[in-house]
Design a protein around this ligand. Sequence first.
Ligand code: NAD
Ligand code: MG
Length: 385
Amino acid sequence: MKKLSILGATGSIGKSTLDLVERSPEDFEVVALTAASNVAALADAARRTSAKLAVIADGGRLQDLDDALRGSGCRTAAGQEGLVEAATGEAELVMAAIVGCAGLMPTMAAVEAGKTVALANKEALVTAGALMTEAAARHNATLLPVDSEHNAIFQCLAGSSSNHVARIILTASGGPFLSTTAEQMRSVTPAQAVAHPKWTMGAKISVDSATLMNKGLELIEAHYLFGLPSERIDVLVHPQSVVHSLVEFVDGSVLAQLGSPDMRIPIAHALAWPERIATPAQRLDLAAIARLDFEAPDLERFPALRLAREALEAGGSAPIVLNAANEVAVASFLDGRIPFPDIARLVESALEGNRRNGPSSLRDVIEIDGEVRGAVSMQIEERCV
Ligand code: NAD
Ligand code: MG
């Protein structure tokens, strides 16, 4: 039985994780669950799984959480301290599934406590990749990729030496606007952007999939997880989302991992690793799918992917700036305050003006992140008046 903590238990990844855990109660003991502010969903999940600790990030909701869990035997906590407690307490395995840079502190705390970390929170690795992989090595923590592409690569690598790897190829569904013209993109709505053709996900990552920033963040994520330079990480658009990524070895062999587009497959892999557990995911019927298509990404229509590669290659603080500007821009787009193409424009202008040094500590990352958020928010504010 593994003692499991789920950071971001009320989100898309969190709920899929809970679904698997509740199907295999003999394999997992839930020690802690966290959420941003949804008290009802958090309390319900805590009762169902007999969690020992429930943490609400929004301190103003702690009283409500106490009320909701009265008599359940589940302890409650709030704020960053509570999140860190959930990440570092008695859990052996921590599912890091908070969205955005908000997940950085607790995810890093889990790594520094030497936990096995199932990592969905890609923004944590994008903003603090070098610090996090160094801390993992120092504290003997294991990072298991949950993102479907990185989980696919992890499975294909199966412990191969990195000097046997020629390159890795991340597949991208292309999102809802794969065949939308640049002209049409000016007037797409948040509802159209979050309606992903293949995956059901949280709102932020759905917009990232529509701009292809998600693939850009994944490029940076792959760099840190697998220690490969930008020129050995390729991106290939594959609209069916059946091939989740590929690894090409020096001898020309290419291995791919396939499966139906259901996040419960990579989540189950990370939860059970090095074993496997059953999932209810639909089995792949290749005869019914009949064909698999691949094409190169269009960097003109999807500049976010180009910007992410440039940020990876620039290094230093650039990935933090890219991520922070993107988080603010995506939130503004979802609020209906800026048009879709402005997301990449705001990111580009934040990167152009960046003269900040690379981070040498988590505190630096948080400081740069805060600064960029402030600057981009102000820029949006000025445009809107
Ligand atoms: P989501 O929006 O559905 O859920 C986010 C979770 O984080 C919720 O539980 C929410 O309460 C919590 N949260 C949000 N802001 C917080 C804050 N400030 N402090 C504490 N907790 C906070 O997001 P998701 O789609 O589940 O994605 C989670 C992470 O996994 C993201 O980093 C995303 O990129 C990554 N990911 C998701 C998918 C997917 O299929 N959804 C696939 C690959 C990777
Ligand atoms: Mg992915």
